[in-house]
Design a protein around this ligand. Structure first.
Ligand SMILES: [Zn+2]
Length: 206
């Protein structure tokens, strides 16, 4: 998807409707800064705003993502390209998220260990015990928050694939939270065949 082409298209259609950036933003319940970012190609409209935005501009979602009005002749080709491109962008975003998850894990573990080490050092210096527990508590609290964040990424980035039937899906947070795991492979019940197997994390949906 060509973000600057899409941006120019949004600007063109907005002006054709005699709307200012502020007026368009107000109708969508967002800031005019967001509209300006779309039009300069710095960002794409959120999926949740796609339909109301297209309705206001009088174009289809397909037109918007193509950055031009799609004619009947090139409709299928354009639609396909847009769909493929959206899947590709989600895959890349998921990959980045999963990398970020590893980073969160490393940093929060290091921070927890540093707090424990600092607490132990204070104790050796003859400081009261509560200092150790305070530092340990701070380390543990940030660790639990970080883990929850990481687990949330684990749930939404990419898919899990059932080993028994090959079904790929996004599980519920609860099942990810409770499942035994080895790395990113989790022991969960497949929503398709109902069997419990070690379900592998995959980026592509089959
Ligand atoms: Zn299955």
């Amino acid at each position: 998807m060509d973000q600057s082409k899409i941006g120019a298209f949004i600007a063109e259609k907005r002006k054709a409707k005699k709307l200012t950036q502020a007026q368009l933003a107000e109708q969508l319940g967002i800031t005019d800064r967001a509209v300006s970012k779309w039009e300069t190609g710095k960002s794409l409209p959120d999926a949740s705003l796609m339909l109301p935005l297209c309705a206001l501009l009088g174009v289809t979602v397909n037109d918007l993502l193509s950055g031009e009005v799609v004619t009947v002749e090139n409709y299928n080709e354009k639609t396909e390209k847009n769909l493929i491109e959206m899947v590709r962008q989600k895959e890349q975003a998921d990959k980045r998220l999963l990398g970020f998850e590893v980073l969160i894990g490393v940093i929060s573990t290091a921070f927890l260990l540093a707090m424990v080490a600092a607490g132990a050092a204070f104790m050796r210096m003859g400081q009261p015990m509560w200092i150790f527990w305070l530092l340990f508590g701070v380390g543990m609290a940030q660790f639990l928050v970080a883990m929850q964040f990481a687990l949330r990424i684990e749930q939404v980035a990419g898919f899990y694939q059932c080993r028994a039937c090959g079904h790929t899906y996004v599980p519920k947070y609860g099942s990810v939270f409770l499942a035994m795991h080895m790395g990113r492979t989790r022991y969960m019940k497949c929503p398709h065949c109902g069997r419990r197997t070690w379900q592998k994390k995959v980026l592509k949906k089959d």
